[in-house]
Design a protein around this ligand. Structure first.
Ligand SMILES: Nc1ncnc2c1ncn2[C@@H]1O[C@H](COP(=O)(O)OP(=O)(O)OP(=O)(O)O)[C@@H](O)[C@H]1O
Ligand SMILES: [Mg+2]
Length: 303
């Protein structure tokens, strides 16, 4: 039931959270830099793209100037979920025909979106010149955004490693299916080895309830701690919810179309958690972070 007083309270809560984060950003001298979050998870079809879109909207509503990047070269569909029709994509940037600023699109509610292309026979694996050139162009957007969220493809390809290495935070998505759990753990292991990242955040999608979500979190957290030495932080859960599927069919986001659905409530809580506990505005993403992690891991930039 729509309750005006409680929705007003929610808005006020979000406004004060935004003021708090903004204060944090303003007091940090080296600021005016966006935090960069990569959304990953290993398995396909677990909700990475929907999380990117809906989390992006929640963050934008909390006053964060938010940019979404579709990092799924070849099978991009962030634009489909947000009902956008791009004329240009990251393909045009990688080929040198456009600057990234020329392909940014206006999404709903002030969200900005960098689309990728879909239906490409062979997913391009970026060479190191492309990798650095792309990060350089993203760096040029520093002044315009507080937050960049990158939707990464399924698996742990070089492209996924590239995006996660460039990010200040990695959010892993997992569902209660044993195959998703196994893939999530395997991805954490590979990403920890290849990018030297030891901190991951976890969202449990399509869970029945919080008890199930926490059980899954405990499992992954224990295994990661014991065998990988990685620390996993619980961000929250999104219940299995038919309104998510309906919103996809309607080419809209569930937080817009079904704001009071269980999935939307779960996503709002996750966004608040990120505002409260995240490292927003504390670290520099993209190029600097990429180099720092590469040097730390002793890895070479491979093409
Ligand atoms: N909380 C949820 N409740 C019900 N269905 C969901 C939920 N989250 C995702 N789905 C379903 O899962 C489908 C896949 O979601 P999405 O495209 O975000 O996954 P993905 O991980 O990005 O997939 P890919 O690996 O192919 O990029 C959605 O179209 C939707 O039908
Ligand atoms: Mg996807």
């Amino acid at each position: 039931m729509f309750d005006q007083a409680s929705s007003l309270r929610e808005i006020m809560r979000d406004v004060s959270l935004h003021q708090m984060v903004q204060q944090n950003i303003n007091t940090n001298v080296s600021q005016k830099i966006p935090s960069v979050i990569a959304i990953s998870g290993g398995k396909g079809g677990i909700g990475k793209t929907l999380t990117t879109a809906n989390l992006g909207l929640c963050m934008a509503r909390m006053g964060m100037r938010t940019l979404l990047i579709d990092g799924d070269f070849g099978l991009a569909n962030l634009d489909v979920v947000l009902n956008m029709r791009p004329d240009f994509t990251l393909d045009d940037v990688l080929s040198g025909e456009r600057h990234i600023k020329q392909i940014i699109m206006d999404g709903p509610e002030g969200l900005r979106v960098i689309p990728s292309s879909s239906g490409v026979m062979k997913v391009p694996e970026l060479d190191h010149i492309q990798k650095l050139a792309l990060l350089d162009q993203i760096d040029e957007l520093d002044e315009e955004f507080d937050l960049i969220i990158i939707d990464t493809p399924a698996g742990v390809s070089k492209n996924v490693q590239y995006w996660t290495t460039s990010s200040t935070e990695i959010i892993m998505i997992v569902t209660p299916e044993p195959t998703s759990l196994a893939d999530c753990y395997a991805s954490i292991k590979i990403l920890a080895q290849t990018t030297n990242e030891t901190n991951f955040k976890l969202i449990i999608n399509m869970a029945q309830n919080e008890i199930e979500a926490k059980r899954i979190y405990e499992k992954i957290s224990l295994l990661s701690d014991e065998y990988i030495g990685a620390r996993i932080e619980y961000l929250g859960f999104i219940p299995f919810d038919d309104s998510v599927k309906k919103s996809v069919r309607e080419r809209s986001s569930y937080v817009q179309k079904y704001p009071f659905s269980p999935a939307s409530q779960g996503m709002r809580e996750i966004a608040r958690q990120i505002m409260l506990n995240g490292n927003l505005g504390k670290f520099k993403g993209t190029t600097q972070f990429f180099w720092k992690k590469m040097i730390k891991s002793g890895n070479e930039i491979r093409s």
